[in-house]
Design a protein around this ligand. Structure first.
Ligand SMILES: NC(=O)c1ccc[n+]([C@@H]2O[C@H](COP(=O)([O-])OP(=O)(O)OC[C@H]3O[C@@H](n4cnc5c(N)ncnc54)[C@H](O)[C@@H]3O)[C@@H](O)[C@H]2O)c1
Length: 251
């Protein structure tokens, strides 16, 4: 059987990297895309060393021509693109008093419009084949929580939830499923940044408030990516699945 093909944005580190590896372990041919080339090449090496198939494509999700070109190349090379994981994201600390239009826009360009760009480019092929799964990374910030001095991030991630719901209906008639994952605290470069996020100390302080008693690992999200991509999730679309160790339901 020909392998299914999965493309991951922001696949070089963190949740994206773990998703690439988990998808390869699940039997997908993986296209690792990112603005970080060296780290992306290392992800490919890791997958290939474990007997999987992967390739790296440089892709900046803020660049429409770039996104369209990479997805066209993947379609031409493999004749299919079954799964897209729109994971690339940035979270910058910007107090409202310092918020410029540019600071607002760059977060939306990556975290929200970047998700739309890959969906827009991948949809025509999926529609033709009447099959596909699209998975976006939202966040509990924006879908449930606020985050002071990160309002542009919260707004963009809330926007991802709306985008996924709308797209799910628009693409359902062509059997394309569209879902999002809203992670809680996951250990990654993003959360370990002590200025723009909570840092190591902040994660340690947050861990006791997580009912499952620990900060999540990227692999905790990657396994849900694989599930949502798979036929096991064949009747799930338009959902934002919270993966937070119970954080949201805790008193
Ligand atoms: N870590 C968490 O606790 C957490 C919680 C909720 C949501 N998320 C979301 O999950 C996703 C992954 O987060 P992470 O923690 O692994 O972050 P990370 O900072 O470790 O990785 C983000 C990746 O996105 C890439 N990226 C940034 N701008 C890009 C661009 N313009 N084009 C292409 N790639 C770009 C980076 O190079 C990097 O590889 C993000 O969307 C993030 O907002 C993370």
């Amino acid at each position: 059987m020909t392998k299914q093909v999965a493309l991951v944005t922001g696949g070089s580190i963190g949740i994206g990297r773990a998703s690439c590896i988990a998808l390869a372990n699940a039997g997908y041919k993986v296209v690792v895309t990112d603005v970080l080339g060296k780290e992306g090449a290392e992800v490919v090496e890791t997958i290939v060393a474990a007997g999987g198939e992967a390739q790296f494509q440089a892709m900046d999700v803020t660049d429409t021509a770039h996104v369209d070109g990479v997805i066209q190349t993947v379609e031409e090379n493999f004749g299919r693109l079954d799964v897209v994981v729109a994971n690339a994201g940035i979270a910058k600390k910007v107090p409202l008093s310092e918020m410029t239009d540019e600071a607002w826009d760059i977060t939306h360009e990556v975290d929200l419009k970047g998700v739309m760009r890959v969906a827009r480019a991948a949809a025509p092929g999926m529609r033709k084949r009447k099959s596909g799964a699209f998975i976006a990374l939202a966040s509990v910030v924006g879908t449930a929580y606020g985050w002071d001095e990160h309002v542009q991030y919260a707004a963009a991630k809330g926007g991802v939830a709306g985008l996924v719901r709308g797209l799910a209906i628009e693409l359902a008639k062509d059997q394309i499923r569209v879902n999002a994952i809203a992670p809680g605290f996951i250990r990654s470069a993003q959360t370990l940044d002590p200025y723009h996020s909570v840092g190591e100390e902040g994660l340690a302080a947050a861990a006791p408030s997580v009912p499952l008693g620990r900060i999540g690992d990227p692999e905790d999200i990657a396994d849900v990516v694989v599930f949502l991509a798979s036929n096991a999730a064949r009747y799930i679309t338009g959902q934002v699945i919270t993966v937070d160790g119970g954080l949201l339901v805790a008193l």
